[in-house]
Design a protein around this ligand. Structure first.
Ligand SMILES: [Zn+2]
Ligand SMILES: [Zn+2]
Length: 140
């Protein structure tokens, strides 16, 4: 299903649009995601890099290698620091949009959660969702 998504950082200097397939959204409880956002976890919306367009502003990136061995670049607004995108070196044609940056975040339905062994006890998520204690699939 093709869908149009739009979003922005907190200060509004970075704006983006996505017109393409929506294939899922994943809660990630890993330590790096928690630190990078300052929240309990991230929700990453899986998108195709070729269909994602930054319509204003510029992002900066910071790259780490996670516990899975995956190298992840997290992109953010250099003015306000809002996390916007994550790109895994292993999947260069994919981008995970940080769901909190969407203009309509309620339109997203997370499909599964990963790294639940690192989850904090104060982050409750529906237990019926497929869960993977150590990493997990890109797509269910
Ligand atoms: Zn900003
Ligand atoms: Zn993570």
């Amino acid at each position: 299903m093709k869908k149009i998504l739009s979003g922005r950082c907190l200060c509004g200097s970075v704006r983006y649009e996505y017109t393409g397939e929506l294939e899922g959204a994943t809660y990630c409880h890993c330590h790096d995601c928690r630190r990078a956002t300052g929240g309990a976890y991230t929700v990453g919306v899986l998108t195709r890099a070729a269909a994602l367009r930054i319509v204003s502003g510029r992002v900066k990136g910071y790259t780490t290698t996670g516990d899975s061995g995956n190298t992840i670049t997290r992109e953010f607004c250099p003015k306000c620091g809002s996390p916007l995108f994550a790109i895994a070196q292993a999947y260069p044609n994919l981008v995970w949009i940080q769901a909190g940056s969407l203009d309509e975040p309620a339109s997203i339905k997370p499909s599964h959660q990963i790294w639940t062994q690192c989850a904090v006890p104060w982050a409750y998520i529906n237990e019926d969702l497929p869960s993977f204690p150590k990493g997990g699939p890109v797509l269910l």
